[in-house]
Design a protein around this ligand. Structure first.
Ligand code: F6R
Length: 615
């Protein structure tokens, strides 16, 4: 939430910062602003609304050219999305400019103290106090970095701060507690950003910032200290994707590109984890086999789409390993005093690796002595750094706010973890594991085939653009798929959408069915678990008898559903547990097309932000 960029070097800071903000706009788009140091002073511009409003403002009122600058794109927390509340915030002398991501919890107290000392604050934000505090501290200490350390020690909450001061024209200072901040190191230039995407066009050389650290950026180098001023150990790394991966690549939306990338993302997530003999090798899981054998419970914590992948993982984990598995919304987890100990394996699933609810849940789990394994897509992010082990999904950068390829790769990672647990605990034979791995290796091709047959799904979506409600039904692993289909539709098409376990229908939700109501039904394979299949075919008949328009997602060759489907979407035959990998794809396409047909912003749905760094 909120995107931050800082730059010092020899290029035009405004150009670098604006290009960086464009890449970070997915993190928030309520307002945007920039500040540059030039001609011995500080110049700033900010505008409510999307970045394009700021771009227009800069055409009407250009800023002077300078080579040190900062920028911000906002997801509003304290104070509405107005010009006044947009970042950067300045002190009364207009010397210091600050941008911020997170929430400063004690801002009201600090604000009152500042007012008493004669400061005039002009916004409703929690951030503005920092500009004033920095100005006060800098007047009495050696440099801006020291002033930042002093200020940070007085702040409570979660914050990433980046600041400049006209008295130090070649310096940008950043600070990090709980919210993300990455350093980019170039030749004679340096960058700060919430996400490497902001500077990937300039350098792939990055440094992870740790918790409670302050960084000082100069053209010739970067200095990192703790809030206490002690030099900090830095962890440099190379970003393993390039600027092209963060471009739309000819697609109208990032979401379309990311849906299309799914076969590759799935294949990349399997890569290197299967040896020549087809055996599973998860070297990254640094929790020892002996410890994993001792585990008597698995608890999965995650939010939103990642939570849905966890719900599906439960079926695989319990079926393949016979260990009880609970799945919990990370935002609820620590507040109900969960029972955890050293025999609990907690799996934290997160695309961004920065979701505050998930981070807080894993911290709570570790405090109680549980081991935490992260499944994450973002190298160097906080959740893997604070976990005992990490299994990275290799989806590549996911820019669209609605998660697609990350979801499929989270599923693949969950299946791998489930198989691995089965392997070390001896609940699965080697040949059984190899058989599932073979099936997983074929999934990329199956997703490819689904993608090739999506035109009727798009046409159907367009025809439903005037509807208010769509329901989604599923059973077994199809139930979380139904939840995911409903979530995608809510966030993208702004329609009322709900997912139900089809068996629950008769316990209440069936009262919602009325003439021509679109109901999407995810049908399990007719093979193997045919009882489940037969039950859902009955559910389809029940809703159809009450007037619903049935949109049925069923395996190729499943003839039993044909008579009851007003619209039939075919998916390739897969083993039951792996079906979500193909059944979710039409639902992503459906939601994307409905959003487009309703004139909504596909990549940046209203009120949302990609990386949710507040609780
Ligand atoms: C929905 C979506 C969100 C995220 C959720 C968790 O399309 O993207 O529901 O899945 O905010 O985010 P991560 O995975 O970054 O922890």
């Amino acid at each position: 939430m909120c995107g931050i960029v800082g730059y010092v070097g020899s290029q035009s800071a405004l150009e670098v910062v604006m290009a960086g903000l464009k890449r970070l706009e997915y993190r928030g788009y309520d307002s945007a602003g920039v500040a540059v140091l030039a001609d011995g002073g500080l110049a700033a511009a900010k505008r409510a609304g999307k970045l394009v409003n700021l771009e227009k403002e800069l055409v009407d009122r250009p800023l002077p050219t300078g080579s040190t600058g900062i920028g911000h794109t906002r997801w509003a927390t304290h104070g509405g999305p107005t010009d006044a509340n947009a970042h950067p915030h300045l002190d009364n002398a207009g010397r210091v400019a600050v941008v911020h991501n997170g929430i400063i919890e004690n801002f009201a107290l600090l604000r009152a103290e500042l007012a008493e000392r004669g400061h005039e604050l002009s916004s409703d934000t929690d951030t503005e106090v920092v500009a004033h505090l920095l100005a006060e501290e800098f007047s009495g200490c050696a440099d801006l970095a020291e002033a930042m350390r002093l200020v940070c020690r007085r702040l409570e909450g979660a914050f990433t701060l980046v600041a400049v001061d006209s008295d130090e024209p070649d310096v940008v200072v950043g600070a990090r507690r709980n919210s993300p901040l990455v350093v980019g190191v170039g030749e004679g230039e340096a960058f700060l950003a919430s996400d490497v995407a902001a500077f990937i066009a300039h350098t792939r050389s990055a440094i992870e910032l740790g918790q409670d650290q302050v960084v000082e950026l100069r053209r010739d180098g970067v200095t990192v200290t703790g809030f206490d001023g002690q030099p900090a150990e830095v962890r440099p790394y190379n970003v393993d994707w390039d600027a092209e991966a963060a471009e739309k690549g000819g697609y109208d939306y990032f979401m379309l590109k990311e849906i299309a990338e799914q076969p590759k993302a799935v294949a990349d997530t399997l890569l290197g984890r299967i040896d020549a003999a087809g055996n599973l090798t998860l070297d990254e899981v640094r929790i020892s086999a002996a410890e994993l054998r001792e585990m008597d419970k698995v608890v999965i914590v995650a939010c939103g789409t990642a939570f849905h992948s966890g719900l599906i993982a439960k079926y695989a984990i319990e079926h393949w390993t016979r260990i009880p598995c609970e799945v919990e919304l990370a935002s609820e987890f620590r507040y109900r005093d969960p029972i955890l100990d050293a025999q609990t394996l907690v799996i934290a699933i997160s695309q961004s690796g920065e979701t505050m609810d998930t981070l807080m849940a894993l911290r709570h789990a570790r405090e109680q002595g549980a081991k935490v394994l992260a499944i994450c897509n973002t190298n160097g992010s906080t959740i893997p750094r604070e976990s005992d082990a990490v299994l990275y999904t290799h989806a590549g950068p996911e820019v669209a706010v609605a998660s697609t390829k990350a979801f499929l790769t989270q599923l693949v990672a969950c299946y791998l973890v489930a198989l691995y647990l089965g392997q070390v605990r001896g609940t699965k034979w080697g040949d059984e594991i190899r058989a599932v791995i073979r099936d997983l290796s074929r999934i990329g091709g199956a997703v490819e085939r689904v993608l090739e047959t999506m035109e009727p799904v798009r046409a159907l979506a367009r025809s439903l653009a005037g509807k208010d409600t769509v329901l989604f039904l599923g059973r077994h692993v199809g139930y979380p798929v139904a939840l995911e289909g409903a979530l995608k539709l809510k966030e993208l098409a702004y329609m009322h959408a709900e997912g139900f376990a089809a068996g629950e229908l008769k316990h209440g939700p069936i009262a919602l069915i009325e003439e021509d109501l679109p109901v999407v039904v995810v049908v399990p394979s007719p093979r193997g678990r045919s009882l489940l299949h037969d039950k859902i075919v009955s559910n389809i008949q029940e809703i159809r008898a009450r007037g619903a328009r049935t949109i049925v997602i069923a395996e190729e060759g499943d003839e039993a559903v044909e008579a009851y489907a007003d619209h039939l979407i075919r998916i390739p035959v897969t083993p039951t547990l792996l079906q979500p990998l193909v059944a979710t794809v039409p639902l992503q396409v459906f939601a994307c097309e409905l959003a487009t047909a309703r004139g909504n912003e596909v990549d940046q749905p209203r009120n949302l932000a990609k990386s949710v760094t507040v609780e």
